[in-house]
Structures are given as C-alpha cells and as structure tokens.
Design a binder for this molecule. Structure first.
Ligand SMILES: [Zn+2]
Length: 369
C-alpha cells in the first residue's frame, strides 16, 4: 500500500493487517496483547540514519521469560508496562534521508543494543559495555513484539536470500556464542567443554566448532536437550551429568590433559564452582551464564593451571559474522528452533516457555505480514 508520494504507507498497512497490538508485560506474571499508544507515537519519528522495520519473527529469550516470571533481572526491574522481545528479524519499510546501505523491501535482522556513539566504551570498540546502552526489553526500554520499530541503520543487517526470517531471529543468541568463542581465542583442533545445553550452550557449541574446535563436550541434566546437542554435529559428545562424571570423561578422552576451553553456559553457581576441573593447564574458561548473585570460584584450581578467565556481556561486532556463517552453511541453527507460535497466540507461547519444556530449545513467534 503506497501513499501519493510513492512511499509505503506503513500506518495504513498496519491498519489493514489489523496489526496494531503489542505483547505487553503489564507486571510480573501478567501479559496482554493490546494496543500500546505510547510506542505508536514514539515510532512516528524516523531519524536521517534510521530505518523503519516491519517485524517478522521474534525469538523468546530466557530473559523475556525471567521478566515475566520474576518481574526483574538483577538491578533491572519492571516498574511499568513493557513490551517484550529482542531477538528479531523483519523487512525494511522506510529509510531515513541519509541511509545508504539499506532500502525498502530489504530483509534484515537487528542488533538490540544501541550504545551512545560518543561514549568512551564505544570509542574503545567495547560498545556492549557502554553503561548508556539501550537494549530492547530491558526496563525501561521496550522490546519488539510489536508491528514495527525504528532502528539505526548501523545496527540493522541485510540478509542474503538463503537466510530465512526464523534463522535471522537466531542471530541474536548466536552472537553470544560467537562472541564467547572469539574471547576464548579458539585454535584449530582445540577441545572444548560447554556446560549447559540450553539455547546459549548450543549456539556456543556450534560457534566453538565453527571456530575450529575438534571436539566439544556438552553437559546437561536433560537427555532431551543432549539429544538435540548430539544431533548438531558428530564432533559433539553429550554428557549427562546425572549418570556420567564430566571431568572423568574429559580426562579419559584427552589422555588426562583436560579441555583447552571450558564455556560455562548454565548460570548455575554449582556448575561455576567446578568450572576449572575439566580444564587443561594453560586453558581458558569463558563465563557466559548470568549470575545474579555473587558466586564462589576455585582460585586454587585456576592458579595451578594458569587458567585464563574471560567474562562476556552480550556481544559486539559479531552480527555480520553470524549472518555470514548462516548464509554459507558454516553454522546451521535450524535444529534449535523447536516451536513456532503465531503472534495471536503469544501470551500462550510465554506460558509454555515459562514451563520450560525439556524437549524445547528455541521458541519463536511469527508476526502476521
Ligand atoms: Zn536473547
């Protein structure tokens, strides 16, 4: 639908599609699908270097579910109704006057954190740790389970034809794994352990393999999740820590040397307490899982190995790499997408996600087009 000036009339398009509603977290345990006039007004403003995107697919993240079930994550508290969702793909429907790399009709994915371009952290290349970063669905910033959004061109990435909207909505979690593998400085032939077979654990295993690992041991308590892990690659060895000792397995299969890299992707204090045990001398531990409270850490085990410890916070500079690996087939995230809901069904989708079904990795919501 085009206006007289020739531009796509996105308001009319939204009205036509009956697509005005947003998924709103009213407060802890209360979601509704409703009009959200405040955001509609905010969306009127398109800066010269912004694009307007019609959302297509949005993944449900553990953080979205946590805000729903707990009303807060650490210092971030939901004090006012907030739109959820930050893992997104869509189609460009309007571009600002100075936009050069994108045009109407381009299929894209979006990086959800927008830093202050002039901050010290951004100028140093660490824009993800800019204290002023505005990140979707982190209070008080709204997420994108809504018809359209306005986003900077610089954080919007064009998709090749062979990357689907569903795969593109996986770029955000995949970026965490790719950032973790980058920080670990994987070398070809490294052996890695990934603690945790949730979505982040699995994208980390895929990223570690793409970065050159010869073998990745993935540990978890859920057989269903480990089955999915094992299905991703012959180079992945699943370890159910209910029935098998992870350290013994890794030691046995590495001639007693240990793993070059251990990725902690559970966020469990118990897992973190043992994170150095499977690690080889001179190895690297990457802490990925969120730890809302202080945890204890075996400094002696780290010391005798001269372990390097890396911490990551989200990601920086990796979205184009993720898109490139999905396009080339170097990484396939499709097996991780285990359920898709329609937007009308999104409150139900969150109820299902909050029940944490053992056989599901990533659930996504598809918006009507
Ligand atoms: Zn996420």
């Amino acid at each position: 639908m085009r206006s007289r000036s020739g531009a796509i009339d996105w308001r009319a398009q939204k009205r036509k599609a009956g697509l005005m509603k947003s998924l709103v977290l009213e407060r802890k345990d209360a979601l509704s699908l409703r009009d959200f006039p405040e955001i509609s007004r905010a969306e009127e403003a398109l800066g010269p270097r912004d694009v307007r995107v019609k959302l297509h697919t949005v993944g449900i993240c553990g953080s979205d579910v946590h805000y729903y079930t707990h009303g807060r994550i650490g210092p971030f508290v939901v004090n006012a109704p907030m739109i959820l969702g930050h893992e997104a793909s869509g189609t460009v429907i309007e571009v600002g006057a100075e936009v050069t790399t994108l045009k109407e009709g381009d299929r894209v994915c979006m990086e959800p954190g927008i830093p202050d371009p002039n901050s010290r952290a951004t100028r140093l290349g660490m824009y993800n740790v800019d204290p002023a970063v505005r990140f979707w669905a982190t209070p008080p910033v709204h997420g994108i389970l809504r018809p359209t959004c306005v986003h900077p061109e610089a954080f919007t990435y064009k998709l090749p034809d062979n990357v689907s909207f569903a795969e593109a909505a996986m770029v955000e979690p995949l970026a965490v794994g790719v950032h973790a593998a980058t920080k670990a400085r994987v070398k070809p032939g490294d052996v890695a352990v990934v603690m945790g077979a949730g979505p982040i654990g699995l994208v980390t295993a895929l990223s570690a393999l793409a970065a050159g690992c010869a073998r990745v041991y993935v540990s978890d308590l859920s057989d269903a999740k480990l089955e999915i892990a094992a299905s991703l690659s012959q180079a992945i060895t699943p370890v159910n820590i209910r029935s098998e000792n992870l350290v013994e397995t890794v030691q046995r299969e590495t001639d007693g040397w240990g793993a070059d890299i251990v990725f902690e992707a559970t966020g469990s204090p118990q897992a973190a307490a043992q994170v150095f045990e499977p690690l080889a001398p001179g190895g690297c531990v990457v802490m990925i899982g969120g730890q809302p409270d202080p945890i204890s850490y075996d400094a002696g085990a780290a010391m005798v190995r001269e372990a390097r410890v890396e911490n990551i916070f989200r990601y920086a500079h990796v979205f184009p790499r993720c898109v490139g690996m999905l396009a080339s087939g170097a990484i396939d995230v499709k097996p991780l997408i285990t359920r898709t809901f329609s937007f009308d069904d999104s409150v139900h989708a969150f109820e299902v996600a909050a029940s944490a079904p053992a056989g599901d990795v990533k659930m996504q919501i598809e918006l009507p087009q």
